[in-house]
Design a protein. Structure first.
Length: 148
């Protein structure tokens, strides 16, 4: 019996694979647990269509991210923070702060996509990376100045 896997099944396959299994295994194990559905001609065509749509959307999102990173390349963000006498900040500049500042400038970047070598705790110039899956990344300059 041919089935389309709805979940990853160890030693059988991954989601979306069309596999051939015994009728008893499908009827007694896979189907009751919603781990698979019967591979009718209609369902196979449906799945292939959904797969093509997903690939198209993925490619579109990748192109959007490339364009966004190209626009952001070399961008400098300025922050004014209160600091002590040794140029140490009272607090830190976090990835959430950087994300908010990018949002103000018209770039939508999630804080989890921003990477800092170390937390920004002193005044001066710092570097942050915006990394997306697939090896896409760009560097941002972070300038932290004394407030007041």
């Amino acid at each position: 019996m041919k089935v389309i896997l709805q979940k990853d099944v160890k030693d059988l396959g991954k989601v979306g694979d069309v596999v051939s299994v015994s009728a008893g295994f499908a009827r007694n194990f896979l189907l009751p647990r919603q781990m698979a559905s019967e591979a009718t001609e209609r369902r196979v065509k449906e799945y292939e269509h959904l797969k093509r749509v997903a690939e198209f959307k993925k490619k579109e999102a990748l192109d959007e991210r490339k364009a966004l990173l190209a626009k952001m390349g070399g961008l400098t963000l300025n922050f004014k923070r209160p600091a002590g006498e040794a140029d140490r900040l009272f607090g830190t500049v976090t990835t959430a702060d950087i994300s908010k500042e990018l949002q103000k400038q018209g770039y939508s970047v999630d804080r989890r996509d921003i990477h800092l070598e170390e937390p920004i705790k002193i005044l001066g110039q710092h570097k942050a990376l915006v990394k997306y899956p697939g090896g896409l990344e760009t560097a941002l300059q972070i300038a932290v100045e004394r407030e007041g």
